[in-house]
Design a protein around this ligand. Structure first.
Ligand code: 3PG
Length: 218
């Protein structure tokens, strides 16, 4: 897929085994961080809307790192979806799901990975036409066993488990037939960013290449 193409949620999930969950406190970190991740082979970037600097960071990445595909995380309202879209986000990830957020993203033509943690939430997202979902918080909400249980009644749903995933346990999640990719913050440690240790971040991103793309992504 060329980075300039219009995306859908499945393509966002299929690009690499891991979507990094990024928390930026300093606009000066945004561009070197994005370049470091891309250099390590990871180009789908979820910048969370958790800090006052997040939107400015997203604008900087959208403008200066065209080889990355910028996404917005922690999208909890239609207003946040609009702000993220205006800042250059090309996909959105939410920690939970509401129909209003789903509709806002549809109206903006912004692919959304809605967050779910229960069967009822999966059914609400399905009612609104979403079948690629983020399982959050994955480890805390039941981990591998929960995903295996869901593969029965929700066999057509594809998940991106996020929350508690590491390089060590990622392969177990990616081995499940209903998992396409995982999300995690371990690629972007706060201390590496504070120290400007971009080489370490490139190394952490490169290490994820050992994780095979799961059958569900092919
Ligand atoms: C989050 O939204 O904070 C993500 O789920 C990241 O979780 P992690 O820090 O456990 O990877």
């Amino acid at each position: 897929m060329a980075v300039s193409e219009k995306l859908n949620a499945l393509q966002v999930m299929q690009d690499a085994p891991v979507i990094p969950v990024i928390v930026l406190h300093d606009v000066a970190h945004a561009v070197p961080l994005a370049r470091a991740l891309v250099a390590g082979g990871v180009r789908m970037l979820e910048v969370t809307l958790r800090t006052p600097q997040a939107l400015a960071c997203m604008e900087a990445i959208a403008r200066q790192v065209p080889e990355a595909v910028l996404g917005a995380g922690t999208v909890r309202s239609p207003a946040e979806a609009l702000a993220a879209h205006s800042a250059g986000a090309r996909f959105a990830v939410s920690p939970g799901y509401t129909s209003r957020v789903g509709q806002a993203c549809r109206d903006l033509d912004l692919p959304l990975l809605p967050g779910v943690a229960t069967g009822s939430e999966i059914m609400m997202a399905m009612e609104d036409g979403f079948t690629q979902l983020k399982f959050f918080p994955a480890l805390q909400a039941g981990g591998l066993a929960m995903l295996k249980a869901w593969s029965g009644p929700f066999g057509e749903i594809r998940f991106c488990p996020t929350g508690g995933i590491t390089l060590q346990n990622a392969a177990d999640f990616l081995a499940l037939p209903n998992v396409v990719c995982v999300g995690g913050s371990w690629l972007v440690p706060a201390d590496a960013m504070a120290q400007g240790d971009w080489a370490r971040i490139t190394r952490l991103a490169s290490e994820t290449a050992v994780l095979k793309m799961p059958a569900a992504a092919r």
